[in-house]
Design a protein around this ligand. Structure first.
Ligand code: AMP
Length: 421
């Protein structure tokens, strides 16, 4: 495309400390959150005639960590199409050549709030179990594509007022270093499983631990295992759940085992003590039954030894969850990930720059050829069956719970988290 024509397609607008240079079809930009990669805005898309979210990735190739994450996210978002994973509507860069290339803009479906805000609300069992069901469907879909998340947290899960839920990101690359003996770096780690904290091998149900922590927080309205660092966090885990068995300790590498064995011994508490009846809605016999089911699910998810923890499939069959079971959502065909070396890639900054730039051009090319039509990737939402309980998520406090690189606030207008199907 001719340079001048391309320039005319864009305009710039200041958003907080950042400048968004976006296609003219996107109007009315407003900041709605920020994460490790930058600012997210809501906008109106004149072409699709709907609101969208636009995330700016500023110089995503600037270092290995940013580049790997941005490239991985871009490639995976292009492949995955499931109603519980955020859908990509458009990708563009305002720069015209590889040499000038700086920023990538990802246009996504717009949701109303992230889960941090929902956690503060008093949800009934219907909403609670439906949110969990959708998290599990999204996770199962990622697992089917060989993507084990390992870093699910409330700030990376977004919801709409009709109680629909989507996972925003794809977690840690297989090669990402984590573990007790690593230098602390400010990220939210409260939801990471013991096998991640302790640098052990992991399997798919590593993500179940995070769902358990999120469910616990929705019930308690407090972070279950807050910790200044992994060491502090591990203390919180064993204080509540008890010191793990010898069988588990034998699975640890020598240096970590020595550390874990030298911690004070804790017997832990029963799940009735950790999550007493008063925390759950128990206004009827039905609610009481649901509360005991939710507690049972928590006790099966929050198991330190992954070999004894419930699997995603088992969780989807659990009585608290399986009321929502729909094979079309649970067993959706798995996405085909084209780049098999996605997690192993190591490149120089210049190579990353070119790889990411090519991905953006590839998207533009496919759009031009009609292979992707923005609106075509939008997934349907379930039909609401009730409109009870008006809990306005926009009125929730947007204060982040901790300083972290994933803290976010959401100022967008958000409707009521009012109904499930
Ligand atoms: P991220 O940079 O992806 O970690 O997103 C940071 C924050 O921006 C999230 O915690 C959400 O509050 C908000 N956000 C990101 N994407 C969306 C979206 N598609 N719809 C609504 N809010 C979003």
């Amino acid at each position: 495309m001719n340079k001048n024509k391309r320039e005319k397609e864009f305009y710039s607008v200041d958003v907080g400390d950042s400048t968004f240079t976006v296609l003219k079809r996107y109007q009315n930009l407003r900041p709605i959150g920020s994460g490790a990669q930058g600012i997210v805005c809501s906008a109106y898309d004149n072409n699709l005639e709907r609101n969208v979210a636009i995330k700016k990735l500023s110089r995503p190739f600037q270092n290995q960590t940013h580049a790997k994450r941005a490239y991985r996210e871009l490639v995976l978002m292009k492949c995955v199409n499931h109603k519980n994973i955020i859908g990509l509507l458009n990708v563009f860069t305002p720069q015209k050549t590889l040499e000038e290339f700086q920023d990538v803009y990802l246009v996504m479906e717009l949701m109303d709030a992230n889960l941090c805000q929902v956690i503060q609300m008093e949800l009934d069992h219907e909403r609670l179990s439906y949110l969990l069901y959708q998290m599990l469907c999204g996770i199962k879909h990622l697992h089917a594509a060989g993507i084990i998340h390992r870093d699910l947290k409330p700030s990376n899960i977004v919801v709409k007022s009709d109680c629909t839920l989507k996972i925003l990101d794809f977690g840690l690359a297989r090669t990402a270093a984590t573990g007790l003996l690593m230098t602390p770096y400010v990220v939210t780690r409260y939801y990471r499983a013991p096998e991640v904290i302790l640098g052990m091998g992991y399997q798919a149900n590593v993500d179940i631990w995070s769902v358990g922590c999120i469910l616990a927080e929705m019930v308690r309205h407090k972070i279950l295992f807050p910790g200044r660092d992994y060491i502090d966090q591990w203390n919180k885990v064993i204080e509540q759940l008890g010191t793990p068995t010898q069988e588990f300790l034998l699975k640890l590498n020598q240096s970590v085992r020595t550390y874990v064995e030298n911690r004070p011994r804790y017997t832990g508490y029963s799940f009735e003590k950790l999550f007493p009846d008063v925390l759950f809605p128990a206004d009827s016999e039905h609610s009481k039954l649901k509360a005991s089911q939710a507690r049972d699910l928590l006790s099966k998810m929050l198991v330190i030894d992954a070999s004894k923890r419930i699997s995603v499939d088992e969780a989807l069959q659990h009585p608290y969850i399986n009321v929502w079971y729909d094979p079309a959502e649970v067993e959706a065909p798995s996405p085909l990930i084209t780049d098999k070396q996605l997690d192993e890639r190591e490149h120089t900054v210049e190579e990353w720059k070119e790889l990411i730039y090519k991905e953006v051009l590839d998207w533009e090319e496919r759009m031009k050829n009609g292979v992707i039509r923005g609106a075509a990737v939008i997934n349907g939402s379930p039909q609401p069956s009730s409109s009870s309980s008006i809990n306005d998520v926009s009125s929730m406090s947007t204060e982040p719970t901790v300083a972290s690189d994933t803290d976010s606030s959401l100022e967008a207008s958000a409707g009521p988290l009012s109904c499930c199907r």
